[in-house]
Design a protein around this ligand. Structure first.
Ligand code: SF4
Ligand code: SF4
Length: 426
């Protein structure tokens, strides 16, 4: 063990994590195995009782949180290393870092805190240092360095999604709200309607909203989560400079990953944003409460809601479980039917923690499991609040040959407002 501070820097900045403290917490795993399934009080059926995708898929203890707690601890104390287990990086990376096992520990571990999320991130940083991270992740980081996005898309096209919406360009104008679309929403043609609705709702509500357009950059969260921790500092500094240039007092994002990065990861590397950060759901809930936006159109739809990990249990203790459900409850015509695994017990969409990039087949299986659960409710549509979840579900629904629609909450809001993509204030 190399002491309390671990330097996992990859870009000239220093990230410190107290590994001694982390290791002490890992000792307190009670081997209760409660992280292997949904909390006992929440079990609905055998079919949908699993909660850890890699454990459920690979059926070996090392892939569950309980196994990770044991070998991460042994690794941090020097009892065990990459030489003894060539498959270790594969185990470390085939985890969506969904936060489910950490939640089980919070509710069950009597002593200390088994912080598997941070421990997994440190293990990945060690893999990067040893040159043992998946090649797909290094290509993704390369794309971030060259084009400021995780998808390998041209930086110049980043703001194209916003054409005709009436948003300010913060490169030349001040705005009270900086809208941050995120990489997936900026480039994914299948999700364009959702991101246009998200920004369009704000414009229709009469708010002063600007975007950075082609100068918006990745939040950096994905690089951090796959072990390139030093990259995050650069992106946090970039974001802070865009906020200063815009004069904004609030950042609003429709992306769950970006929201989590701004709210949880930036402070972790000593770069908290000095402004209010809201997910679009939170802003919409405020506008509804103030009577600024109202719903005049019926949206006759039976929906089921998927809780994204990054605005749900990974935001402990500030879970955003009720806000999207309250919004759906306000929309005339929408009927919500719940899946068995919701809130703390949600089954990850599959994309988290770099699994989408490094293990596409496992990613697809995980998403397929969630779509099977959604279909079992009899809902017409699977609704969520994260572009990564929605992308995965669109593909999984197509793979299953099912007729289910996939929407973001904001699309139902936009429809109930009578359409918000014309750039006009309603
Ligand atoms: S829930 Fe926590 S304490 Fe129980 S086995 Fe899993 S990691 Fe260990
Ligand atoms: S974070 Fe999620 S995917 Fe990873 S071990 Fe824990 S429950 Fe399984």
């Amino acid at each position: 063990m190399d002491g309390a501070a671990l330097d996992t820097d990859t870009s000239g900045a220093l990230v410190k994590v107290d590994v001694d403290e982390l290791t002490r917490g890992l000792y307190y795993c009670m081997h209760c195995s409660l992280c292997k399934a949904v909390l006992p009080s929440e079990v609905g059926s055998d079919r949908f009782s699993e909660v850890c995708p890699p454990g459920a898929r690979y059926r070996f203890d090392a892939f569950f949180g309980s196994g990770r707690a044991g070998f991460y601890r042994a690794f941090f104390t020097g009892e065990f290393g990459f030489d003894e287990s060539p498959r270790l990086p594969e185990v470390v990376y085939s985890c969506q870092n969904c936060g489910s096992c950490s939640i089980s520990c919070r509710y069950t571990s009597a002593i200390g805190q088994v912080d598997l999320e941070r421990a997994t991130e440190i293990m990945r940083a060690r893999c990067v240092e040893e040159g043992l991270s998946p090649v797909e992740h290094s290509l993704m980081v390369q794309s971030m360095r060259q084009e400021d996005n995780v998808l390998g898309e041209p930086k110049a096209a980043r703001g194209d999604w916003a054409e005709g919406l009436g948003l300010k360009d913060i490169n030349s104008e001040k705005a009270e709200i900086l809208f941050h679309a995120g990489c997936r929403y900026s480039y994914d043609a299948d999700l364009r309607s959702a991101v246009r609705d998200a920004a369009g709702v704000l414009v229709a509500a009469g708010l002063d909203v600007g975007i950075a357009g082609k100068d918006e950059a990745c939040c950096g969260g994905r690089a951090y989560e796959v072990g390139y921790q030093g990259e995050l500092v650069k992106y946090a500094d970039d974001m802070a400079s865009r906020i200063r240039a815009s004069g904004a007092t609030t950042v609003v994002t429709p992306c769950a990953d970006c929201y989590y990065t701004f709210r949880r990861l930036f402070p972790l590397v000593g770069r908290p944003l000095e402004v209010e950060v809201l997910h679009i759901n939170e802003m919409i809930a405020r506008l509804i409460a103030k009577g600024v936006i109202t719903f005049k159109e019926m949206v006759p739809l039976r929906v089921t809601y998927h809780d994204p990990c990054h605005i749900g249990r990974k935001m402990y203790p500030e879970f955003m479980y009720e806000v999207p459900r309250l919004i759906l409850g306000e929309i005339p015509g929408v009927e919500l039917v719940e899946m068995e695994r919701i809130r703390d017990c949600t089954w990850c969409c599959g994309a988290g923690g770099g699994v989408l990039e490094a293990y596409p087949e496992f990613n697809d299986w995980t998403a397929g499991e969630r779509v099977a659960e959604a279909l079992s409710t009899g809902a017409d549509a699977l609704v969520s609040s994260c572009p990564w979840c929605e992308r995965n579900f669109i593909d999984a629904v197509a793979g299953a040959g099912a007729g289910m629609h996939v929407y973001d909450v904001v699309e139902l809001v936009g429809a109930a407002m009578g359409g918000v993509q014309d750039g006009n204030r309603k």
